[in-house]
Design a binder for this molecule. Sequence first.
Ligand code: CA2
Length: 152
Amino acid sequence: MAGETILVLNGPNLNLLGVREPEIYGNETLAEIEEACLERCAELELRLDFRQSNHEGELVTWIQDARGNAAAIIINAAAFSHTSVAIHDALKFAELPVIEVHLSNIFKREPFRHASYISTVADGIICGLGSQGYLLALDALWRLLHGNDEET
Ligand code: CA2
C-alpha cells in the first residue's frame, strides 16, 4: 500500500470552509477537501496526514516533527502566511519539499495578502484554483519525489 507520507497543513479558520464566504473559498468543506486528497493519494500510492490548526505554535511543532517522518509538506497557512516568521523558520529547518497552496488568488485580493512568508521557503506555489490546488500539489510532489520519467 501507501508509500511516502505527505503532510498537509491547514491554518486558522480553514475549519470554517463551506460555512461562510463561498464566493471566495468555494462550497467545499475541509473534510471534503481531505477526502479528495485521500482519493488522489490512493491513486499515487502516497500516505496522507491531513491536519488543521488555529494555533501558530501547533503548526510549528507539526512542521518540526515532519523532519524524518514525512517526505514532503503541502501548506495552506491561511492568515499566518502573511505574518509568521516562525512558520517560515520551521519550514526552512524541516529541509523537505514544500508546496504552498491558497484557495483564492491572493494577488487579486487586498495588498496585505500579496506577501507570504511561506513563498520564500516553498518549492512551488499554487493559488486561485480552489480545492483543486491541493490535488495539483499532490501530483507535483509525486513527480518531485519520483522524477519525471514515470507516468501516473
Ligand atoms: O485563499 C486561501 O487559501 C487563504 O490562505 C485563506 C485564508 C486567507 O487569510 C489567506 O489570505 C488566503 C483565510 C482562511 C479563512 O477561511 C474562511 C473560510 C470560511 C469563512 C471564513 C474564513
